[in-house]
Design a protein around this ligand. Structure first.
Ligand code: FMN
Ligand code: SF4
Length: 304
Protein backbone atom coordinates (compact mmCIF):
# COMPACT_ATOMS: atom_id res chain seq x y z
CA UNK A 1 0.00 0.00 0.00
CA UNK A 2 1.29 3.41 -0.94
CA UNK A 3 2.27 5.50 2.12
CA UNK A 4 1.04 8.73 0.54
CA UNK A 5 -1.43 10.43 2.85
CA UNK A 6 -4.92 10.20 1.35
CA UNK A 7 -6.85 10.98 4.54
CA UNK A 8 -9.33 13.81 4.16
CA UNK A 9 -11.13 15.36 7.13
CA UNK A 10 -14.11 17.62 6.67
CA UNK A 11 -13.49 20.38 9.28
CA UNK A 12 -17.17 21.35 9.30
CA UNK A 13 -18.29 17.80 10.13
CA UNK A 14 -15.59 17.07 12.75
CA UNK A 15 -16.87 17.20 16.34
CA UNK A 16 -13.41 17.03 17.89
CA UNK A 17 -13.76 13.71 19.73
CA UNK A 18 -10.14 12.67 19.05
CA UNK A 19 -10.96 9.06 18.32
CA UNK A 20 -9.22 9.10 14.93
CA UNK A 21 -5.99 10.19 16.66
CA UNK A 22 -6.27 7.35 19.20
CA UNK A 23 -6.60 4.58 16.60
CA UNK A 24 -4.18 5.84 13.94
CA UNK A 25 -1.10 3.55 13.93
CA UNK A 26 0.97 6.02 11.91
CA UNK A 27 0.41 9.34 13.70
CA UNK A 28 -1.09 10.79 10.55
CA UNK A 29 -3.71 12.84 12.40
CA UNK A 30 -3.39 15.16 15.38
CA UNK A 31 -5.76 17.45 17.27
CA UNK A 32 -5.47 21.16 16.54
CA UNK A 33 -7.78 23.73 18.04
CA UNK A 34 -10.21 20.99 19.02
CA UNK A 35 -10.39 19.41 15.58
CA UNK A 36 -8.82 16.37 13.94
CA UNK A 37 -6.28 17.57 11.36
CA UNK A 38 -4.08 15.64 8.96
CA UNK A 39 -0.57 16.69 9.97
CA UNK A 40 1.53 13.60 9.22
CA UNK A 41 3.42 12.96 6.02
CA UNK A 42 3.03 9.19 6.14
CA UNK A 43 -0.07 6.99 6.21
CA UNK A 44 -0.68 3.27 6.29
CA UNK A 45 -4.01 3.95 4.60
CA UNK A 46 -5.59 1.36 6.88
CA UNK A 47 -8.84 3.31 7.17
CA UNK A 48 -9.09 3.03 10.97
CA UNK A 49 -9.74 6.78 11.21
CA UNK A 50 -12.60 6.63 8.74
CA UNK A 51 -14.11 3.61 10.48
CA UNK A 52 -13.95 5.11 13.97
CA UNK A 53 -15.25 8.60 13.23
CA UNK A 54 -18.75 9.10 14.69
CA UNK A 55 -19.37 12.13 12.48
CA UNK A 56 -18.50 10.64 9.08
CA UNK A 57 -15.95 13.42 8.78
CA UNK A 58 -13.09 11.23 7.51
CA UNK A 59 -12.48 9.61 4.14
CA UNK A 60 -9.37 7.73 3.07
CA UNK A 61 -9.63 8.34 -0.64
CA UNK A 62 -7.16 5.67 -1.77
CA UNK A 63 -9.49 2.94 -0.47
CA UNK A 64 -12.18 1.46 -2.69
CA UNK A 65 -15.63 2.75 -1.79
CA UNK A 66 -18.10 1.14 -1.53
CA UNK A 67 -17.23 -2.45 -0.61
CA UNK A 68 -19.50 -4.38 -2.92
CA UNK A 69 -20.33 -8.07 -3.39
CA UNK A 70 -22.51 -9.48 -6.14
CA UNK A 71 -23.27 -12.62 -4.15
CA UNK A 72 -24.14 -11.29 -0.70
CA UNK A 73 -25.58 -8.23 1.00
CA UNK A 74 -22.80 -6.15 2.52
CA UNK A 75 -23.32 -4.68 5.96
CA UNK A 76 -20.76 -1.94 6.61
CA UNK A 77 -21.66 -1.65 10.27
CA UNK A 78 -18.78 -2.69 12.50
CA UNK A 79 -19.45 -5.79 14.59
CA UNK A 80 -18.37 -5.16 18.21
CA UNK A 81 -16.02 -7.63 19.91
CA UNK A 82 -17.88 -10.56 21.38
CA UNK A 83 -21.07 -9.93 19.45
CA UNK A 84 -20.71 -12.72 16.91
CA UNK A 85 -21.89 -16.28 17.40
CA UNK A 86 -18.58 -18.07 17.95
CA UNK A 87 -20.26 -21.47 17.78
CA UNK A 88 -21.47 -20.73 14.25
CA UNK A 89 -18.11 -19.28 13.25
CA UNK A 90 -16.29 -22.40 14.42
CA UNK A 91 -18.91 -24.57 12.75
CA UNK A 92 -18.13 -22.84 9.44
CA UNK A 93 -14.39 -23.29 10.01
CA UNK A 94 -14.78 -26.97 10.88
CA UNK A 95 -17.16 -27.64 8.01
CA UNK A 96 -14.76 -26.36 5.40
CA UNK A 97 -13.04 -29.46 4.10
CA UNK A 98 -10.64 -29.87 1.21
CA UNK A 99 -12.94 -30.86 -1.62
CA UNK A 100 -11.66 -33.43 -4.10
CA UNK A 101 -14.91 -34.22 -5.90
CA UNK A 102 -16.39 -31.40 -7.91
CA UNK A 103 -19.49 -31.21 -10.08
CA UNK A 104 -19.04 -30.35 -13.74
CA UNK A 105 -20.57 -26.92 -13.29
CA UNK A 106 -19.02 -23.55 -14.07
CA UNK A 107 -18.71 -20.80 -11.46
CA UNK A 108 -20.06 -17.36 -12.27
CA UNK A 109 -17.14 -14.98 -12.68
CA UNK A 110 -18.79 -12.47 -10.33
CA UNK A 111 -18.66 -15.06 -7.57
CA UNK A 112 -14.93 -15.53 -8.16
CA UNK A 113 -14.43 -11.77 -8.05
CA UNK A 114 -16.39 -11.64 -4.78
CA UNK A 115 -14.03 -14.24 -3.33
CA UNK A 116 -11.04 -12.10 -4.27
CA UNK A 117 -12.64 -9.06 -2.68
CA UNK A 118 -13.39 -11.05 0.47
CA UNK A 119 -9.77 -12.27 0.46
CA UNK A 120 -8.56 -8.68 0.64
CA UNK A 121 -10.31 -8.09 3.96
CA UNK A 122 -7.45 -10.05 5.61
CA UNK A 123 -4.70 -8.31 7.54
CA UNK A 124 -1.38 -7.72 5.77
CA UNK A 125 2.08 -6.72 6.98
CA UNK A 126 2.22 -2.91 7.33
CA UNK A 127 -1.10 -2.95 5.49
CA UNK A 128 0.88 -3.45 2.28
CA UNK A 129 -2.03 -5.32 0.62
CA UNK A 130 0.54 -6.35 -1.94
CA UNK A 131 -1.18 -9.62 -2.68
CA UNK A 132 -2.02 -10.52 -6.25
CA UNK A 133 -4.86 -12.67 -7.54
CA UNK A 134 -4.78 -14.59 -10.79
CA UNK A 135 -8.06 -16.20 -11.72
CA UNK A 136 -8.50 -19.19 -14.01
CA UNK A 137 -12.24 -18.83 -14.36
CA UNK A 138 -13.11 -21.87 -16.45
CA UNK A 139 -12.39 -25.57 -16.67
CA UNK A 140 -10.43 -25.17 -19.92
CA UNK A 141 -7.96 -22.77 -18.28
CA UNK A 142 -7.65 -25.07 -15.26
CA UNK A 143 -6.83 -27.98 -17.59
CA UNK A 144 -4.25 -25.86 -19.43
CA UNK A 145 -2.47 -25.09 -16.17
CA UNK A 146 -2.85 -28.73 -15.08
CA UNK A 147 -1.08 -29.92 -18.23
CA UNK A 148 1.81 -27.50 -17.63
CA UNK A 149 2.16 -28.55 -13.99
CA UNK A 150 2.09 -32.21 -15.05
CA UNK A 151 4.87 -31.45 -17.54
CA UNK A 152 6.96 -29.89 -14.79
CA UNK A 153 6.54 -32.90 -12.49
CA UNK A 154 7.17 -35.38 -15.32
CA UNK A 155 10.56 -33.75 -15.85
CA UNK A 156 11.25 -33.57 -12.11
CA UNK A 157 10.39 -37.25 -11.66
CA UNK A 158 12.65 -38.22 -14.57
CA UNK A 159 15.54 -36.45 -12.85
CA UNK A 160 14.67 -37.72 -9.37
CA UNK A 161 14.65 -41.32 -10.66
CA UNK A 162 18.36 -41.02 -11.52
CA UNK A 163 20.52 -42.06 -8.53
CA UNK A 164 23.51 -40.18 -9.97
CA UNK A 165 21.54 -36.89 -10.05
CA UNK A 166 20.29 -37.45 -6.51
CA UNK A 167 23.88 -37.96 -5.38
CA UNK A 168 24.99 -34.74 -7.12
CA UNK A 169 22.08 -32.90 -5.50
CA UNK A 170 23.09 -34.29 -2.12
CA UNK A 171 26.54 -32.75 -2.54
CA UNK A 172 25.53 -29.44 -4.10
CA UNK A 173 21.87 -28.83 -3.25
CA UNK A 174 21.30 -30.02 0.33
CA UNK A 175 19.76 -33.33 -0.80
CA UNK A 176 16.65 -31.58 -2.10
CA UNK A 177 16.18 -34.00 -4.99
CA UNK A 178 16.66 -37.01 -2.69
CA UNK A 179 14.13 -35.59 -0.27
CA UNK A 180 11.66 -35.07 -3.08
CA UNK A 181 12.32 -38.62 -4.32
CA UNK A 182 11.63 -40.15 -0.90
CA UNK A 183 8.55 -38.05 -0.10
CA UNK A 184 6.74 -37.43 -3.38
CA UNK A 185 8.18 -39.40 -6.32
CA UNK A 186 5.84 -42.40 -6.00
CA UNK A 187 2.61 -40.40 -5.43
CA UNK A 188 3.45 -38.03 -8.26
CA UNK A 189 4.30 -40.91 -10.58
CA UNK A 190 0.98 -42.59 -9.83
CA UNK A 191 -0.88 -39.31 -10.33
CA UNK A 192 0.82 -38.71 -13.67
CA UNK A 193 0.03 -42.23 -14.85
CA UNK A 194 -3.65 -41.86 -13.91
CA UNK A 195 -3.70 -38.51 -15.73
CA UNK A 196 -2.15 -40.00 -18.87
CA UNK A 197 -4.02 -43.31 -18.86
CA UNK A 198 -7.50 -42.25 -17.76
CA UNK A 199 -7.48 -38.45 -18.04
CA UNK A 200 -8.15 -38.27 -14.27
CA UNK A 201 -7.47 -34.80 -12.89
CA UNK A 202 -5.37 -35.87 -9.91
CA UNK A 203 -4.04 -32.32 -9.52
CA UNK A 204 -7.08 -30.02 -9.43
CA UNK A 205 -9.64 -32.80 -8.79
CA UNK A 206 -11.84 -31.58 -11.66
CA UNK A 207 -12.23 -28.06 -10.23
CA UNK A 208 -14.18 -25.53 -12.28
CA UNK A 209 -11.85 -22.65 -11.42
CA UNK A 210 -8.61 -21.81 -9.67
CA UNK A 211 -7.56 -18.67 -7.83
CA UNK A 212 -3.80 -18.19 -7.47
CA UNK A 213 -2.92 -15.96 -4.56
CA UNK A 214 0.51 -14.39 -4.74
CA UNK A 215 2.39 -11.38 -3.62
CA UNK A 216 5.13 -8.97 -4.56
CA UNK A 217 8.47 -10.38 -3.40
CA UNK A 218 9.50 -6.94 -2.11
CA UNK A 219 6.61 -6.75 0.39
CA UNK A 220 7.38 -7.20 4.10
CA UNK A 221 5.48 -10.49 4.47
CA UNK A 222 4.09 -11.59 1.11
CA UNK A 223 3.62 -15.26 1.99
CA UNK A 224 1.78 -14.56 5.26
CA UNK A 225 -0.41 -11.94 3.58
CA UNK A 226 -1.33 -14.28 0.72
CA UNK A 227 -2.13 -17.18 3.03
CA UNK A 228 -4.31 -15.07 5.30
CA UNK A 229 -6.25 -13.86 2.25
CA UNK A 230 -6.48 -17.48 1.12
CA UNK A 231 -8.05 -18.66 4.35
CA UNK A 232 -10.68 -15.93 3.99
CA UNK A 233 -11.39 -17.22 0.49
CA UNK A 234 -11.69 -20.83 1.65
CA UNK A 235 -14.20 -19.94 4.36
CA UNK A 236 -16.19 -17.58 2.14
CA UNK A 237 -16.27 -20.21 -0.62
CA UNK A 238 -17.90 -22.67 1.77
CA UNK A 239 -20.47 -20.12 2.85
CA UNK A 240 -21.28 -19.37 -0.80
CA UNK A 241 -21.89 -23.04 -1.63
CA UNK A 242 -18.50 -23.80 -3.16
CA UNK A 243 -15.98 -26.49 -2.31
CA UNK A 244 -12.29 -25.60 -2.27
CA UNK A 245 -8.90 -27.24 -2.03
CA UNK A 246 -5.43 -25.76 -1.69
CA UNK A 247 -3.11 -27.30 -4.30
CA UNK A 248 0.48 -27.14 -3.10
CA UNK A 249 1.83 -29.09 -6.08
CA UNK A 250 0.66 -26.34 -8.43
CA UNK A 251 2.37 -23.66 -6.30
CA UNK A 252 5.65 -25.60 -6.34
CA UNK A 253 5.58 -25.94 -10.12
CA UNK A 254 4.56 -22.33 -10.82
CA UNK A 255 7.32 -20.84 -8.67
CA UNK A 256 10.01 -23.05 -10.22
CA UNK A 257 9.00 -22.96 -13.87
CA UNK A 258 9.35 -19.64 -15.70
CA UNK A 259 7.46 -21.07 -18.67
CA UNK A 260 4.37 -21.50 -16.48
CA UNK A 261 4.88 -18.03 -14.99
CA UNK A 262 4.93 -16.56 -18.51
CA UNK A 263 1.79 -18.50 -19.45
CA UNK A 264 0.00 -17.13 -16.38
CA UNK A 265 1.45 -13.65 -16.91
CA UNK A 266 2.95 -13.67 -13.41
CA UNK A 267 5.66 -10.98 -13.32
CA UNK A 268 9.17 -11.91 -12.13
CA UNK A 269 8.71 -9.60 -9.14
CA UNK A 270 5.93 -11.82 -7.77
CA UNK A 271 5.64 -15.28 -6.24
CA UNK A 272 2.56 -17.45 -5.94
CA UNK A 273 1.79 -18.74 -2.44
CA UNK A 274 -1.52 -20.51 -2.85
CA UNK A 275 -3.47 -22.21 -5.60
CA UNK A 276 -7.10 -22.61 -4.59
CA UNK A 277 -9.15 -25.10 -6.59
CA UNK A 278 -12.85 -24.20 -6.54
CA UNK A 279 -16.07 -25.78 -7.71
CA UNK A 280 -19.51 -26.91 -6.71
CA UNK A 281 -18.96 -29.84 -4.35
CA UNK A 282 -20.03 -33.35 -5.31
CA UNK A 283 -19.57 -34.54 -1.73
CA UNK A 284 -21.31 -34.08 1.60
CA UNK A 285 -20.27 -34.86 5.15
CA UNK A 286 -22.22 -35.89 8.18
CA UNK A 287 -20.00 -34.23 10.74
CA UNK A 288 -17.57 -31.37 11.12
CA UNK A 289 -13.81 -31.99 11.32
CA UNK A 290 -11.92 -33.29 14.34
CA UNK A 291 -8.24 -32.48 14.80
CA UNK A 292 -5.24 -33.96 16.59
CA UNK A 293 -4.84 -32.92 20.17
CA UNK A 294 -2.35 -30.05 20.24
CA UNK A 295 0.00 -29.48 23.17
CA UNK A 296 0.02 -25.89 24.40
CA UNK A 297 3.26 -24.58 25.88
CA UNK A 298 3.44 -22.12 28.76
CA UNK A 299 7.22 -21.63 28.92
CA UNK A 300 7.14 -18.69 31.32
CA UNK A 301 4.79 -20.29 33.80
CA UNK A 302 1.68 -18.33 32.89
CA UNK A 303 -0.57 -21.45 33.08
CA UNK A 304 -3.30 -20.72 35.58
C1 FMN B 1 -0.36 -25.51 1.84
C2 FMN B 1 -1.31 -26.63 1.51
C3 FMN B 1 -1.11 -27.38 0.35
C4 FMN B 1 -2.00 -28.40 0.02
N1 FMN B 1 -1.82 -29.08 -1.16
C5 FMN B 1 -2.73 -30.02 -1.53
C6 FMN B 1 -2.62 -30.67 -2.82
O1 FMN B 1 -1.69 -30.41 -3.61
N2 FMN B 1 -3.58 -31.57 -3.17
C7 FMN B 1 -4.63 -31.86 -2.33
O2 FMN B 1 -5.49 -32.69 -2.71
N3 FMN B 1 -4.76 -31.27 -1.11
C8 FMN B 1 -3.84 -30.35 -0.70
N4 FMN B 1 -3.98 -29.71 0.51
C9 FMN B 1 -5.11 -30.04 1.39
C10 FMN B 1 -4.67 -30.79 2.66
O3 FMN B 1 -4.38 -32.12 2.35
C11 FMN B 1 -5.82 -30.68 3.66
O4 FMN B 1 -5.98 -29.34 4.05
C12 FMN B 1 -5.60 -31.51 4.92
O5 FMN B 1 -5.57 -32.88 4.61
C13 FMN B 1 -6.69 -31.27 5.98
O6 FMN B 1 -7.95 -31.57 5.48
P1 FMN B 1 -9.11 -30.47 5.41
O7 FMN B 1 -8.61 -29.33 4.58
O8 FMN B 1 -10.27 -31.18 4.76
O9 FMN B 1 -9.43 -30.05 6.80
C14 FMN B 1 -3.10 -28.69 0.87
C15 FMN B 1 -3.29 -27.93 2.03
C16 FMN B 1 -2.42 -26.89 2.34
C17 FMN B 1 -2.68 -26.07 3.56
S1 SF4 C 1 -12.90 10.91 14.74
FE1 SF4 C 1 -14.02 12.25 13.33
S2 SF4 C 1 -15.10 13.68 14.69
FE2 SF4 C 1 -13.55 12.71 15.96
S3 SF4 C 1 -11.77 14.12 15.82
FE3 SF4 C 1 -11.48 12.58 14.21
S4 SF4 C 1 -12.42 13.53 12.40
FE4 SF4 C 1 -13.18 14.69 14.17
Amino acid sequence: MNSTVTTRIDPDACIGCGRCVDVCPAGTISMQEGRGVVTGTYSMNCGHCEAVCPAEAVTVTSLEHPFFLASAAVDDRWLPHGEYDTGQLVRLMRSRRSCRNFEKKAIDRRLLEDLVRIGTTAPSGTNSQSWTFTVLAGRREVETLGAEVAGFFRKLNRNAAKASLRLMAKIFARDRLGEYYRRYYKTVQEGLELWEREGADTLFHGAAAVILVGGRKSASSPREDALLASQNILLAAHSLGLGSCMIGFAVAAINRDTKIQRLLKIPAAESVHAAIALGYPAERYEKAAFRKNVPIRYPLGSKS
